[in-house]
Ligand binder design. Sequence first.
Ligand code: GMT
Length: 375
Amino acid sequence: MKIGIVCYPTYGGSGIVATELGMDLAEKGHEVHFFSTNIPARLNIKLSNIYFHRIHVETYPLFQYQPYDLALSTILYEKVLHYKLDLVHVHYAIPHAYAAYFTKQMLARKGYHLPIVTTLHGTDITLVGQHPVYKTAVEFSINESDVVTSVSESLKQDTLKAFDITNEIKVIPNFIDNEQYMPEKCVCCRNNFAEPKEKVILHTSNLRKVKRIQDVISAFNIIQKQIPSKLIIAGEGPEWDLADQLIQEYGIQDKVKSLGMVSDLNDVLKAADLFILPSEQESFGLAALEAMAANVPVISSNAGGLPEVNIDGFSGFVCPVGDVEMMAQKAIYILEDEDRLKQLSKNAKEQALSFDKNKILPQYEVLYRNAIDMK
Ligand code: GMT
């Protein structure tokens, strides 16, 4: 198949999922065309069957805001015609599904049928999409897509609750390449972060408000009083200053290390004993799945799709949003007993295997073929 993939190029989960999906499809022999404002963070442009088309937004002094969706519709139209693409798969509804709808209409005037697959990722539904300035257009573009998928059952239900949806929404969970994550813990990696007797607790995110970074710090403050440990924070974002302030208030500066943006988390994951993700909203929680694939159990909140990914009492523990005390006590419970930690690490990997790319990818291929045949 000849597949167009539209995504954001930044480190957000939707761009990562789109990129991994496209690269895997290309490896399977499909021709994959990426459309983004920049080369997506994890895209290996040198792989065969991969094409990249930059969405260039022309600036003009009259505009206070530049028309990104117009530029996207136009480049999609041109490249679909030129390369004879079979379908376009947009990741994150805003404004990708809307722009793709207009491409579809423009192509229809040329007698070209272009199926549009839209994947809902999270805040396009739960946060941004519900704002009155966007809601009607988001609802319209979901209903006008040929196929709609959501990354969790929870996000599907949120979509049905928030919008008047006439289209079917199929749940295809995010996936992971388990082979990329080595099961062995790495002593050399650990030594970079902690003393041999200390445990390593990891949080990674884009440090936005929804990630509740203050809960990570507060839970760690409780944990470190009972378990010799270090907290590693990977990622950058607007809430860092708040986190830093809290770290100083607790006087735990020597026990917390911020790594900033990390492009390859593998070495950090190999050093980690426990992952913490206390988000206010999380349609899926790809970061938690990556941790589990690296044999790291997870303490998470119960927001959105997290309980579908992190199984309470098996791959880690699931706590109510904001219940820092419970998160800390569950973390201590895991970390204070080596056998328990080993068992939960093993379970975490087992859970990650149920999201293996070899199970999920064929679902997209079937979905694409059906969309193409739907005409
Ligand atoms: O977090 C966002 O604002 C959007 C989005 C992104 O682009 O990173 O994240 C969402 O999509 C990921 C991939 O499907 C999910 O793993 C994240 O849980 C989800 N984020 C939220 O729902 C907050």
